[in-house]
Design a protein around this ligand. Structure first.
Ligand code: SAM
Length: 242
């Protein structure tokens, strides 16, 4: 009998949007289509044949490249390493009030909760389509599986309009969410900074261009950027109260 049969295991997997999961058929299609086009047009219109064949191959390449990037970003082992690297940079006291923005299934939420004694973590999410099959039920199951259900709570809130008072949280963390904000990135970052306490820490884990832009917005909003590496940025809000 398996002694671990009734032991719950947290599920932090998330999946690449289905439309990006056909790299092989797309490669075969684009190479075949480009070759056929070139073969048919090379004598009558050689320049048009070259250009259109090139565009088809390029489009196929962009698709396969996007698949490769998404596969890398969603890799669970890599995300667990990223999670620990991010959380280990924060000098925890154990009594912090923490906000995890775009918590999804709670990979960062539970990691933060495990570093607390009396503190609490609120995870917020709006469960957008195509952001990795995250579900509130999975968040709750993961909280139980990790033994932190009493320390975490889940709220359906949008980072672009947070319902919390100014200066509410000691630590705000966010993993692979800021890049979803698009044109509203400045608004969302502004809200995170508004609800962060003076002296509090904001830590963001995302792809490099988002990290670069987040660091810029932190500085613009008066935060001191404490550390910035390729996929993470850490900021501290000034502890001078306005
Ligand atoms: C790629 S998932 C990352 C989930 C989790 N942080 C992780 O690393 O596994 C991004 C999450 O951000 C959420 N999200 C997107 N826009 C949001 C917004 N405006 N406010 C709150 N959450 C948002 C999505 O619903 C999704 O669950």
């Amino acid at each position: 009998m398996n002694p671990y049969a009734d032991q719950q295991v947290p599920d932090y997997n998330f999946h690449i949007p289905k439309k990006y999961t056909y790299p092989l058929p797309v490669t075969i299609f684009s190479v075949t289509a480009a070759g056929l086009l070139y073969f048919l047009l090379q004598e009558s219109q050689p320049i048009a044949a070259g250009i259109s064949g090139g565009i088809i191959v390029l489009a196929g390449g962009v698709y396969v490249g996007t698949f490769a990037i998404l596969k890398r970003i969603t890799n669970l082992e890599r995300r667990l390493q990223g999670r620990d690297k991010l959380l280990n940079e924060i000098p925890w006291q154990g009594n912090e009030t923490v906000l995890d923005v775009g918590c999804g299934n709670g990979i960062l939420t539970m990691g933060a909760a495990k570093r607390l004694t009396t503190g609490k973590v609120i995870g917020i999410d709006i469960w957008t389509e195509g952001s990795g099959d995250n579900r509130p039920e999975t968040f709750q199951e993961n909280a139980k599986a990790e033994g932190v259900a009493d320390q975490v709570s889940l709220q359906n809130e949008d980072v672009r309009q947070l319902p919390y008072d100014d200066d509410s949280f000691d630590v705000i963390i966010s993993g692979l969410t800021v890049h979803h904000l698009g044109f509203d990135t400045e608004k969302g970052m502004g809200e995170m900074i508004r609800v962060l306490k003076p002296g509090g820490r904001l830590a963001i884990y995302d792809e490099p261009s988002t990290v670069f832009y987040s660091a810029k917005l932190m500085r613009k909003n008066g935060l001191q950027v404490e550390k910035k590496v390729m996929d993470m940025v850490f900021g501290i809000k000034s502890d001078i109260r306005h």
